[in-house]
Design a protein around this ligand. Structure first.
Ligand code: SAH
Length: 251
């Protein structure tokens, strides 16, 4: 994040800090096969205020370890977990996804929605694999080209912002190359971006700028967000988040 404290302030009151949806988290859980198992240990890495952590805690017989760099987000998550009656199943941990977070083979599943890009998809799937038990599940969302060919403006924007953006077939190949067996892929529907993420974010822009007394820094955060939103609205047929569910191949 370029300006962490401003971005935390903009995003902390939101239900999600990235595109996603409860139904899509549930679909990934179904694909993963985890529902049939009990006493699982699951990490939600880059959990933000915990949209997916809450679904995991409600749906699975699991302890969910919710990890984020920012304790402000984790504080919101704890309040939501209390309100939802699942606080005994969620443990929060302020840490970087770059850290040595777990012992080898400690986890039944790693969840990460809209967050692995912070360390890059390939780096993340490579680094996190050791934390999983053999046959453990990896479920991540990642910026994905939805088509083989795209408008140039779009390609240039994301190649500059996130050079790892690629097609689903390329991401699946990376999973295979790094010791995973893909179980499922689906693109997040557009409402996961527009209704669930961008619209609530936009609704908070004016109050955010006012809180920061119209500072140039706050305004430039909003300008950058608006640019990204406009680009998505224009090109949502070509780019989105892919949900990737994979199983770690046993040693
Ligand atoms: N999973 C949440 C949040 C996605 S936004 C959701 O879907 O709503 C990305 C999250 O990654 C943010 O909460 C941000 O604070 C967190 N993050 C960024 N860099 C991180 C790092 N190095 N380690 C851990 N979390 C990080």
């Amino acid at each position: 994040m370029d300006n962490p404290s401003l971005l935390v302030d903009l995003h902390r009151s939101q239900y999600r800090q990235g595109p996603g949806g409860d139904a899509e988290t549930l679909l990934a859980i179904t694909l993963s096969g985890l529902s049939s198992k009990s006493t699982l240990v699951v990490a939600d890495i880059g959990c933000g205020t915990g949209a997916s952590s809450l679904v995991l805690a409600k749906e699975l017989s699991a302890k969910v370890i919710a990890i984020d760099l920012f304790s402000e987000f984790l504080g919101e998550l704890e309040q939501r977990a209390n309100a939802a009656g699942v606080s005994d199943r969620i443990e929060t941990r302020a840490a970087s996804m770059n850290d040595h977070l777990f012992e080898d083979g400690a986890l039944d599943a790693i969840w990460s929605e809209g967050a692995i890009y912070n360390i890059g998809f390939e780096n993340g799937i490579r680094a996190w694999g050791r934390f999983l038990k053999p046959d453990g599940v990896l479920a991540v969302t990642e910026l994905t080209w939805l088509t083989g060919h795209r408008p140039r403006e779009l390609t240039e924007h994301w190649d500059a912002e996130y050079p790892e953006v690629d097609t689903a077939s390329a991401k699946l190949r990376l999973l295979e190359a790094h010791g995973y067996s893909p179980i499922g892929y689906f693109p997040l529907p557009k409402h996961c971006w527009l209704e669930n993420y961008y619209r609530p974010l936009q609704n908070g822009f004016d109050a955010f700028v006012a809180r920061h007394e119209g500072s140039d820094a706050a305004r430039s955060v909003v300008v950058a967000e608006r640019k990204e939103i406009a680009l998505y609205e224009r090109y949502s047929d070509f780019v989105g988040y892919g949900f990737y569910v994979a199983r770690k191949v046993g040693d």
